[in-house]
Write a protein that binds this ligand. Sequence first.
Ligand code: NAP
Length: 250
Amino acid sequence: MGVLTGRTALVTGASRGIGRGIAERLARDGARVAVHYGRNETAAKETVAAIEKEGGSAFALGVELGAPGDAEALWEEFDRHADGGLDILVNNAGIGSTRPIEQLEEREFDAVFAVNVKAPFFILKHGMPRLRDGGRVVNVSSGLARTAVMPDNMAYAMTKAALDVLSRDLSKVLGPRGITVNSVAPGIIDTDNTAPLLSSPGGRRQAEAISALGGVGEPAEVADVVAFLVSDAGRWVTGSWVDVTGGSLT
Ligand code: NAP
């Protein structure tokens, strides 16, 4: 019996990277996990297979985020697979933007806000009635929301700052139902997203130098923190911003 046995979790963007790490960890703790993906069905099925191989329970759920109606479509898909409500929602799916303000066009600005801010907002709006009392919400933010160490990521950082306000303010809305809402802010984590940086000449060394611990994080490092927040041990933590940057802001 794991600490999450009997609970149902939905992790967006769980086909790869940090989301996959979170999905696998929550399943190991006993939750039945909805593994959401955008386009990469094969990777989502691999995540589900990896969970089942370890004795866990999961199902894949594909809906591309970033277009009007995306959140409602996601919940329709969820309802088709899940039997009943939800205990844990992790808004993890996100995209980057690496153009400086001088070069950033409206189209890219709108796209990064649509996926990173609008989608979690409406996933929550339509998900709140499905979340059982005592539930958990974790929004995956970024250390960049609080530092300009990479100014070319300004629009991306702005999306994460907006997500953090959502975590803080929604904690007051959902608190009376015993539902906690927190942001978890990773630093540089080794995923497909950061592969171009980490494989560039000197890129990994540069990335490692940012963290006080002198390294680049793995998805498991973020997943362990999420696992704490969604467990009973995290019951008195809400509206907070949890720094999982390996000390990149110090
Ligand atoms: P990743 O490896 O690129 O994986 C992204 C995941 O999100 C995939 O499962 C992908 O689905 C899904 N996704 C992306 N766009 C989507 C869309 N439009 N609709 C539906 N699903 C979509 O990313 P990651 O590095 O693990 O990052 C995960 C989260 O952590 C993001 O919110 C990111 O901003 C945040 N973060 C990452 C880092 C880092 O260093 N990696 C640092 C701080 C914060 P498909 O597989 O179907 O494409």
